[in-house]
Unconditional design. Structure first.
Lengths: 84, 381
């Protein structure tokens, strides 16, 4: 997958949780939970959605890598790229 | 019209899902009512046959108004005329002791609206108030709404009415502060064993099966309530009525402002995994619509969980007619003394706000200690 495709999936997932937010202007370095007022239940729902959509395992210890949009794109790119 | 919380004085019937002559069973959803908390699905509490619908679609009626006549259990001979059918079932089991807010200003005599027209109006953000209906008895039908859509300058998306909900919360909390002699207790609980246990469990589980801290917290409260019946139930005009069932109202923040605390039923009897599934389901429905009447009308206690981005301590205000509220603050890592050594531990402040008419601080203290004790052995929850 390309970073753009992953970004689009992330924006769609976050949009379902925070429909009122303008995600096109989201700072890739901003803390998503602060920026979008996401609580632990929202966050778990986002992880579930990404897990089902991208067929990747996202262990709890990796949650911190999902704390910003930029970090999440990088992490999911690693996860969806087959290892050489 | 059931009371869907102490802050509700009236509701608008939006849709009938059952017709006269239809058999209904306890728990069936028979109607949809619009309230300050959004559209709520109304369940029936009896088996029987719908005899007559008493409230038209579009009408706003006060809490306690019979919505329909239901005649006896299915199979029984239909009762004659008006004498036998008892307007049971859909009537509120616990209307508020007295009105606590000015009635909603929609006229009771407003014209009926067809469900299709209402859906269409909702989708396009059309206010039905000023519309003239061209259907039978002046009913507003789809074509009337279509005309309004064509005339509207620009479609506005349907918005949650935060001001309306704020008024409702204000009214309920004012009543609570006026009527309930609160007392407050607080204790700091070591959550380290619970965190470790959850981390171990979640490492073995795919995301859909993972647990959040809230599930064991709710379960511990529910189990501790078995030994503290004075904190679980309702305070009505006839005094305190304890509840044998533990239905915990879970405070859920609404995006855009506001708060709702629908119940998870029989929490003390649910396995943790089932409780977690209910919590996720409730969170989604609280924000996306589709809450049921029983979830709003029968919580026997409320738990509010500030979460990881909040603050250390929450001092709750009891939601009448309940008599207690348990609050959990943000878990914080701090130095603690364990076996004579200072070590970092994850701590949480648990608070209890309780009604002095139903219990005293001694009982409340034993209850909070019990919650602490239960959380030290998470695998037994």
């Amino acid at each position: 997958m390309t970073p753009e495709e992953i970004r689009a999936i992330l924006i769609e997932t976050l949009g379902a949780i925070a429909p009122e937010a303008d995600l096109s202007r989201l700072d890739p370095k901003a803390d998503l939970r602060e920026e979008l007022d996401i609580d632990s239940l929202d966050f778990l729902n986002a992880v579930i959605a990404l897990h089902e959509r991208l067929k990747v395992d996202i262990p709890e210890r990796d949650y911190r890598r999902l704390s910003t949009l930029g970090g999440a794109i990088e992490y999911l790119l690693e996860k969806t790229t087959p290892k050489a | 019209m059931p009371s869907l919380g102490a802050d509700m004085v009236a509701g608008t019937l939006v849709e009938w899902l059952k017709r006269p002559g239809e058999h209904v069973r306890r728990g069936d959803i028979v109607a949809v009512v619009e309230t300050q908390k959004g559209a709520i699905e109304i369940e029936i509490f009896e088996d029987g046959v719908i005899d007559r619908l008493l409230v038209d679609v579009g009408a706003t009626v006060p809490v306690g108004t019979p919505l329909a006549l239901v005649s006896g259990p299915a199979g029984a001979a239909p009762a004659a005329a008006q004498a036998a059918p008892v307007p049971v079932a859909i009537v509120a089991p616990r209307p508020p002791a007295r009105p606590i807010a000015p009635p909603i200003t929609r006229a009771i005599g407003r014209p009926p609206v067809s469900p299709a027209a209402r859906r269409l109006a909702d989708q396009h953000g059309i206010d039905l108030g000023p519309l003239r209906g061209s259907g039978p008895q002046g009913a507003i039908i789809s074509t009337d709404v279509e005309r309004a859509i064509a005339a509207a300058p620009a479609p506005s998306p349907r918005r949650f009415d935060a001001a309306e909900m704020r008024r409702a919360i204000g009214a309920a909390m004012a009543r609570s502060k006026r009527e309930i002699p609160h007392y407050y207790l607080s204790t700091t609980i070591d959550m380290t064993p619970l965190y470790r246990w959850i981390e171990d469990e979640n490492a073995k589980r795919p995301p859909p099966q993972r647990l959040l801290l809230a599930a064991p917290l709710l379960k511990a409260v529910a189990l501790a309530l078995r030994g503290a019946p004075e904190l679980n139930g309702f305070y009505t005009e006839s005094g305190f009525q304890p509840s044998t069932a533990v239905h915990i109202g879970v405070a859920i923040a609404i995006r855009g402002g506001g708060l709702i605390a629908p119940a998870i039923h029989d929490v003390d009897e649910l396995a943790l995994d089932d409780l977690m599934a209910r919590l996720r389901d409730l969170g989604m429905r609280a924000r996306g619509g589709g809450l049921r009447s029983s979830e709003l009308s029968d919580p026997t206690i409320t738990v509010t969980n500030i979460g990881e981005r909040g603050v250390e301590t929450v001092f709750g205000i009891i939601y009448p007619p309940q008599v207690a509220l348990v609050g959990f603050g943000k878990p914080i890592e701090r130095p603690a003394v364990v076996d004579g050594a200072i070590v970092p531990r994850r701590m949480i402040v648990a608070t209890l706000s309780a009604d002095h008419r139903a219990s005293d601080g001694h009982r409340g203290a034993l209850f909070l200690s019990d919650v602490d004790r239960l959380l030290q052995e998470p695998d037994k929850l």
